[in-house]
Design a protein around this ligand. Sequence first.
Ligand code: IFM
Length: 452
Amino acid sequence: MSQNTFPDGFLWGVATSSQQIEGGRHEGGRGESIWDRFATVPGKIADGSNPDIACDHYRLWRNDIAIMKGLGLGAYRFSIAWPRIQPTGRGAANLAGLDFYDKLVDGLLAAGLEPYPTLYHWDLPQSLQDTGGWAARDTAEAFADYAAIVARRLGDRVKRWTTHNEPWCAATLGYEEGHHAPGHLSPAEGLAAAHHLMLSHGWACEAVRREAPGAELGIVLIHSPAHPATGSAGDIDAARWFDGFFNRWYLDPIFRGAYPADAIADRTANGQLDGGAMPFVKDGDLKAISTPLEFLGVNYYSRVVMRAGANGKPEAVPPPKVPSLTDMGWEVYPAGLEETLLRIHREYAPPVMYVTENGAAYDEPMDADGRIDDQRRIDYLRGHLASCARAAAQGVPLKGYFLWSLLDNFEWGFGYTKKFGLYAVDPQDGRRIPKQSASWYRDVVAANAVTD
Ligand code: IFM
């Protein structure tokens, strides 16, 4: 067993998102989101559920703040539901929606928790989807207006803002692969959506800085290292392909002001781009997207192992030795987090980094004494936190860690079947039931160290 200590002042938190925990679907004038609509389509949500009530955080937020305070946390990463602020995605602010987050922010500060809001975690107002969603450039303009409204109201108390959460998921899963709302199957829309999400990030940074001078801005990207299944040239190239499509397609425009040339060539070769042209990219877009950031949020869950398929097409394969898998089917691979942090530090050098999501889905039973022994989650977290500590010791400017997630919640197309929480949620009355990992995490936070 070795003790891994974190730097002084390391920020400990948990992360959630509005659509996954709030519920309150019709409360306070909230409009319809694309996930509200998607969940009504038969077969889209594995357990036939919907996010209408979710964890009922809209009603129980005070209780949730008290829980976080009890864990000794210093920060809470949550997201703001755009349809609460602008029910149709445009026009005047809905004051009841702003009031909700206003009170949440005040409650957090009073409890000694720093608010880390994310402006977009996938709950696009349905009305904006009706006019093209993220595949339409207008949505990026609307997002900048929305960001300004929120910053104007909360900017006197919120210091650090995140624009988007995992734009790869919003674009690719939503518009290209159909797994997420709005459920489209169009590679062309996926590419345009990815660009407009990033463009809106740049414009939102500008809007927040204007409304809240001194604000610190960042974006949250999902990252998976891609490893070749063998040392063959084909497999190595398949890993490069995935890295370009998943990681660098977002990192490069943000930190280098350009899309990666090899990934453009890949998309040209497979017919997605005609002669490499990207008509949705206009003059000035990449300058806006590459606005300097104060921090980068990194979400990490696992790696991917790639090989060249029979026809040379890159494909993901099961990892080489029988791995331990979470309930998402994701390999438990803690070394990938250290690799990710070091790689981003070396190649992109954001001034500050946070791990903004990391955690594992495991469904553990409650015993006769009401205990939920989730040792597998503790083991997962222990390994990944040790990875963080090692990265920080090697010079990565890692300033904090947000565990995903505080509560078992609405896991998108999986409904409530995947359980990431430190706390289970009683579906009858919303009661929060601590798992063993909650007290374990509290002890890690108190010690500012983890043993592995
Ligand atoms: O629940 C999601 C979250 O919304 C975004 N990042 C990954 C988590 C686990 O799948």
